[in-house]
Design a protein around this ligand. Sequence first.
Ligand SMILES: [Zn+2]
Length: 602
Amino acid sequence: MTPTRYTIVPVRPEAHLYRVTCKVEDPDPSGQQFALPAWVPGSYMIRDFARHVVAIRAASGKRAVALEKLDKHSWRAQPVDGSLTVSLEVYAWDLSARGAHLDTGHGFFNGACVFPRVLGKEGAPCELEILRPLGARYRNWRLATAMPRKGAGPYGFGVYLAGDYDELIDHPVEMGEFSLASFRACGVPHDIAITGRHRADLVRLRRDLKRLCERHIRFFGEPAPMRRFVFLVTAVGEGYGGLEHRDSTALLCSRDDLPPEGETGVSERYRTFLGLVSHEYFHAWNVKRIKPAAFVPYDLDRENYTTLLWAFEGITSYYDDLALVRCGLIEKSDYLELLGRSITAYLRTPGRTVQSVAESSFDAWIKYYRQDENSPNAAVSYYVKGSLVALCLDLLIRDKTRGRKSLDDVMRALWRRNGLTGVGLEEDGIERLAEEATGLKLERYFDDWLRSTRELPLKALLATQGVEMGLRPAESGEDKGGRPARSKNAAGLAMLGIRARAQGDDTVVTHVLEGGAAQEAGIAAGDRIVAVEGLRPGQAGLDAALAKRRAGERVEIHAFRRDELMSFEARLRRADADTCVLTESAGARRKPLERWLKPRRG
Ligand SMILES: [Zn+2]
């Protein structure tokens, strides 16, 4: 097939505009169609990238060719004899890992945001020429991407090559004056390109990421499936997010999550960054190469439904932190704290009794990605519950096989069957494979854990590994769990049954939890609480004001709903014991815990 030739130039960085061209040598004689994706793989929401197309036109040689718009993101060109070129101007002002961004400081794009798909020629190889913006200001810009180079020099502008359209849009590109650190993991070259102001210790990042990447590669088995890998990191004041690709990942983080020079221990913030890196890197196997059949191939025009996001996001979330303790970057106690926090987040979601994790996966497009004030009551996260299902499955297999098998074996079997072959995973595929790989009957567990809202047997399964699960009420709105209580007072917000954020001296209710005191009293999301028993809570905040009161007490609460002052009488409830603390049981047999957290293999 003749290659499709794309060019992209940051034509007006100050106006956030890329100019993209796409040249087809042998267009469809009945009129070539083009389309921009409605979504970007890995982020399950309809984003309609065509809405950022500012201008589009077509030409054959020097002759203009008419374009007809067919729907929100598709166009058809008038039939032509020779080659056909479409040119687009695309507005780019989204700094997230799933968007496209351009200013005078740097540029970043996902191909799905900018490159039109040539219908009928998706399988043709793609050549991409990336041009440097004009002007002295951009003289020192470099380029980072995992896309194979054709004519371009290392980290240079020029021509790159992708096997087909799917590959073209799976290689995000960063351009600007980023800092760069490189290392090899199991012989494979890896780059870390960091954009944004930061003072990260690059030597340390190189060392820690190498250790982590080698852990993941050996987990699935050498050789690594990628020829090279690039971490595209954007450091900002406050931010968090990532998007996975086969040979790279785009990460957005807070600059304070990067380890500063001179720091030695792993701070909570750096642990967050390592967890994100670990998560996205694990995806290079689990979802980018082992894929649900529903994604083979991706249908970029519309939603792609699967009940399996619990496995692709949940299992990945389970292994992201587990890999950190297994490769020695964090301690066992850190891991138990992180796990305690996940369990806490799960227990604080009333929606876990309403929505199963399979339903949560299927409805990701309209629920997880489009959360509102009622989400905690009506939905459960396939990340959080999915990771706890993975935990239960792992511990159940370990217990029932007396430590001979584990979820690790299931993942390696999955890799051999669906990763190395590229065969999509059927909706019931992982359940069948888990039984095959372990020799256990697991159907009723999957029915309970995936397709029902029954509680997960976390306490009993953790006990099999010598881990004791304790529950206590939240101490404050900031208490995420994982650690023993510091005081005996329960959080006021928990007794009222709301989530809230401070706004000046007032508190704005963000969520009213199902069955709580606030709901019973008639308080609603958006209400701005200004007084408790006639007094403004002030600097210490509503949480502290309520924590001084006791469960069962009635309190008068004043709040503005829009511009109307309302009065409510709330009867405070005993705060739920929904905050989880995990500890090693005294006198526990150490072997299972060692085998789980520090296995020799992988
Ligand atoms: Zn993920």
